[in-house]
Write a protein that binds this ligand. Structure first.
Ligand code: TYD
Length: 141
């Protein structure tokens, strides 16, 4: 079975800039592959903080550093990982369900906008890495 980590991809949003400045539009099911049910943003995280550290059974996300920089590491639970730098307000990363993610290396001016396909439901989060590996093995193996 193809792992969802292969669905992770960087997204480029068109910039509608003019002499007044930049405007970036993100529409659900158009610019990103899901309907947006939730938005939240993370700022004020120190450079040595690691956030995320979970996988989601149901939620898909798009992460956009609307200011500053951060990095996202995704893992498939089978030993593969990939690292992406988020450092442009018109670039996002699409994260499908069932990938482990860590956000880290936040710049002091980082504002990380997250768009989600679901409302918040704590029990669709997998917060223990070994549990994630078990669920991946169960699905693929
Ligand atoms: P957490 O999932 O640890 O944030 P991150 O993965 O971005 O580091 O969430 C921190 C707290 O906020 C936790 O108590 C759950 C709560 N929370 C909500 O209530 N709703 C949400 O949509 C999110 C993302 C978190």
């Amino acid at each position: 079975m193809e792992h969802n980590i292969n669905k992770v991809k960087m997204l480029e949003f068109p910039q509608h800039g003019d002499e007044r400045g930049h405007l970036v539009i993100v529409e659900g099911n158009k610019d990103i592959p899901f309907e947006i049910k939730r938005a939240f943003y993370i700022y004020g995280s120190d450079a040595d903080v690691v956030r995320g550290q979970h996988a989601n059974r149901e939620s898909e996300f798009v992460l956009i550093n609307v200011a500053g920089k951060s990095k996202v590491r995704v893992k498939d639970g089978e030993g593969n990982e990939a690292i992406f730098c988020l450092n442009r307000p018109h670039t996002g990363i699409y994260l499908p369900t069932m990938v482990w993610k860590d956000m880290y290396d936040f710049s002091s001016d980082s504002v990380l906008l997250v768009l989600a396909s679901t409302h918040y439901t704590p029990n669709e989060y997998i917060r223990d890495y070994d549990d994630f590996v078990k669920e991946i093995k169960g699905a693929t193996g």
